[in-house]
Design a binder for this molecule. Structure first.
Ligand code: 5GP
Length: 115
């Protein structure tokens, strides 16, 4: 299967505005932001969707992604006011890039239900 755009960002084949990197995850600004702060937190491991996640195997990885989201939210100054974390999954979930990613959105009032 062809590499996704996010795999190319991980491999530094295409540029991204990276805000955090560890051995297992990468976080960078969304190219088409839907909020004043919109950051994508992704595992370096190629996991296409949330459907491939199971708690026993991926619990520590997901924990690291949430830790990164919390620390980035603090650095971006959106932690106190509140923010939104989103995993889109599959076509009807609105997923466009089939490499797992956690959206961190903040800096404005979020509406509910999400569109
Ligand atoms: P999804 O709809 O799959 O949940 O979200 C994919 C997100 O990736 C979208 O918000 C889109 O703007 C973002 N995106 C797509 N291509 C690129 C890219 O090349 N660079 C960056 N930084 N973000 C991208």
């Amino acid at each position: 299967m062809a590499d996704t755009i996010f795999k190319k960002i991980i491999d530094k084949e295409i540029p991204a505005d990276i805000v955090f990197e560890s051995d297992s995850i990468l976080a960078f600004r969304d190219i088409n932001p839907k909020a004043p702060t919109h950051i994508l937190i992704i595992p370096k491991e190629e996991i296409p969707t949330v459907r491939e996640i199971n708690g026993k195997e991926h619990g520590p990885l997901l924990g690291e992604m949430i830790d990164a989201a919390n620390s980035i939210a603090k650095k971006e100054g959106i932690s106190e006011d509140g923010f939104r974390l989103v995993f889109n999954c599959g076509d009807k979930g609105g997923q466009e890039v089939y490499h797992l990613h956690l959206h961190l959105l903040g800096g404005r009032q979020m509406a509910w239900p999400a569109g």
